[in-house]
Design a protein around this ligand. Structure first.
Ligand code: COA
Length: 592
């Protein structure tokens, strides 16, 4: 089918659907929701069989839904309506939530129901649930809905009108900050965590720290016996501030300050640097109880042969000091007599590369970019240089840009099928990229496919990545199933007598590669290009980073996504493109 995505932005859910539906054999194109007339042009040019809105903040205009079936993904159970579906579900402590695919009509979220799924809730942020449970359910719903389009067109199947659907969902208003308010004098940890999770990644909970107004994000349970008056800031760790509640404490990882620039979220200790510096530092040991908060965590298999190092950096963004701490952790855990080191990233993201927000906030964005990419390269070098044991990158969450290439530094790369990779840099203002990608990518892909990946700038599912050889294996399901299987596989690897041969081959290969072209030269060449990106005359990277960090509204759809805007685009069935349907006149004007 020819499917047009009408989107607010190309977010993780849209990327996963885009990659999966393309793999299913559909022809996709994307148009960002900029204004009705632009969407109408897109429909006229692409002549879609169906429009899908995976992530849309406004209603689809009647001029489109009256002529073409438009399927809207709503992150709520059957009958639920409103823009804060997940926020209410988390805050109200729902045990089960869901996704519904409705056909757009004149009323928001009130169209006929084409498909729905439910899932058990887990203690996670709104963004975390969205990226995992909502995305998996939405994919199942969209596939089911697409399988009905033909029958629907021929009148052999009809979607269920909302009034007949039953379901316990209801219309809910947009959640306001007054609904999210935390009463530090009375609310316990459970309530505080639920409120903060329901508002994370956006909009955060409006509150105050050190007497200054700010929004809070990225909350984790703290110790029950932390002490301190409710609401008081007690300590700091890994960029987070520990705040007392009536019955314990919570770590607040990120805040967005009001009034003073920068007006985006930053690690709490960076946003309130002076105040935070006065708090006692409570560093987390690498090996500690799993429920004790900290960005880095290390544990070993029962037989001591496998080490698992996780690095749960918020949003997968790795600032200079975070890279330095990770590098130190890698060096420290390799003093342990393990045979296999598994790098597990974070539960939400593996890595998204250098920390664009902290760079934006720095006094010199160019200098901070430079420091950050060098620190990132040092992490990669530490992994590549580990020749006395096998390394595995186990991707529990998505990876983008430099974060993808960090994974390629490991000997083996495993991921579950829900993972989406963006193994390219150019979307960030034509950034050239480093992380030894010019060494690591050709180890896995031939020149043609590698170039297509870098220039194509498209998301790739873990399944496709495994098929093309970019990663080694894709198994399990999102969440704990993958964790369990990944641990078993790693232990098997460490127990395999063939491991020593593999390690000998690894040493020989590294030595041969080094003789052919030293690693330092790859880095030097990549960094020479990055230096131009950061300090050169072309400001594209700085402009793109600014818009990314400040979340500037989209003003056009990139050409690599809007294939219907390519001159002379052709339909996959060879029937040719060109304006058709009710908006043909509009498109002809545009083309003219
Ligand atoms: N630095 C800082 N913040 C980052 C980040 C980075 N490198 N990558 C992602 N984020 C943040 C986003 O701003 C967003 O913040 P929010 O919590 O306020 O919403 C959050 O992480 C989730 O990102 P989002 O873009 O919504 O996730 P996605 O899954 O839809 O898209 C990517 C994933 C990787 C395509 C996209 O995040 C991206 O392009 N990131 C930048 C990658 C990059 O260019 N890195 C630098 C070069 S190495």
């Amino acid at each position: 089918m020819r499917i047009l995505f009408l989107n607010h932005g190309f977010n993780s859910l849209s990327q996963r659907l885009y990659a999966e539906l393309t793999a299913d054999g559909h022809q996709l194109s994307v148009e960002f929701d900029i204004r009705d007339s632009v969407a109408e042009e897109a429909v006229a040019l692409f002549v879609p069989d169906v429009v899908i809105a995976p992530f849309l903040k406004r209603a689809i205009p009647p001029s489109i839904w009256q002529h073409c079936p438009c399927l809207v993904v709503h992150p709520g159970i059957v009958g639920d309506r409103g823009p804060s579906a997940l926020d209410w579900a988390i805050q109200d402590g729902e045990g089960e939530w869901g996704v519904t695919v409705l056909q757009a009509n004149g009323e928001m979220d009130a169209g006929d129901i084409w498909a729905s799924r439910t899932f058990p809730m887990r203690a996670a942020t709104k963004a975390g649930l969205y990226r995992r449970e909502v995305t998996e359910s939405a994919l199942a719903c969209v596939r089911e809905a697409l399988s009905r389009v033909d029958e629907w067109r021929h009148g052999r199947w009809r979607p269920t009108p909302l009034a007949e659907a039953g379901g316990r969902g209801r219309q809910r208003p947009s959640m306001r900050q007054s609904d999210r308010r935390i009463d530090w004098e009375n609310d316990g940890m459970t309530t505080v965590l639920a409120r903060l999770r329901a508002a994370d990644g956006v909009p955060g909970v409006a509150d105050a720290l050190f007497g200054e107004r700010c929004h809070l994000y990225d909350a984790h349970p703290g110790p029950r016996d932390a002490g301190g008056e409710p609401g008081a800031c007690i300590a700091r760790r890994d960029g987070a501030i520990l705040r007392a509640t009536v019955d314990g404490s919570v770590w607040i990882g990120h805040v967005r300050r009001h009034g003073t620039a920068p007006a985006f979220k930053l690690p709490a200790t960076e946003a309130f640097a002076e105040h935070a510096a006065a708090l006692p530092d409570r560093p987390a040991a690498l090996m500690r109880a799993a429920d004790d908060y900290g960005e880095l965590h290390y544990q070993e298999s029962a037989d001591g042969r496998v080490g698992f190092l996780s690095f749960a950096f918020y949003n997968g963004a790795m600032g200079t000091d975070q890279c330095r701490r990770l590098e130190a952790a890698i060096r420290s855990v390799t003093e342990r007599p393990t045979r296999v080191l598994v790098l597990t990233g974070g539960p939400e993201f593996w890595s998204n590369g250098i920390h664009l927000a902290r760079i934006e906030a720095a006094e010199s964005a160019a200098d901070e970019s430079w420091a950050n990419i060098n620190a990132m390269d040092d992490v990669c070098a530490a992994v590549i240089g580990l020749t006395d044991r096998l390394t595995v990158a186990a991707l529990r969450g998505n990876a983008g840009a430099g974060g993808c290439f960090l994974a390629l530094a490991a000997d083996l790369i495993w991921a579950h099928p829900g993972v989406v990779l963006n193994p390219h840099y150019r979307n960030m203002g034509n950034l050239y990229g480093s992380e030894y990608w010019t060494y690591l990518l050709p180890r896995r892909l031939a020149a043609g496919p590698a170039r297509r990946l870098i220039d194509g700038r498209l998301p790739v599912t873990a399944g496709d990545a495994a098929e093309m050889g970019l990663i080694d294996r894709c198994f399990g399901r999102a969440g704990e199933d993958f964790d369990v299987q990944m641990r078993t596989q790693a232990e098997r690897l460490a127990a395999d007598p063939a491991l020593f041969e593999q390690l000998a081959a690894k040493v020989a290969r590294r030595a041969a590669d080094e003789a052919a072209k030293p690693l330092a030269r790859y880095r030097e060449e990549e960094l020479a290009r990055m230096h131009r990106n950061f300090y050169g005359f072309d400001p594209s990277y700085h402009v793109a980073r600014y818009h990314f960090v400040y979340k500037s509204p989209q003003s056009w759809t990139p050409r690599h996504l809007a294939c219907h805007r390519e001159p002379g685009w052709r339909r996959a069935d060879g029937a040719g493109g060109g304006p058709r349907g009710p908006f043909a006149g509009v498109a002809a004007t545009v083309a003219g």
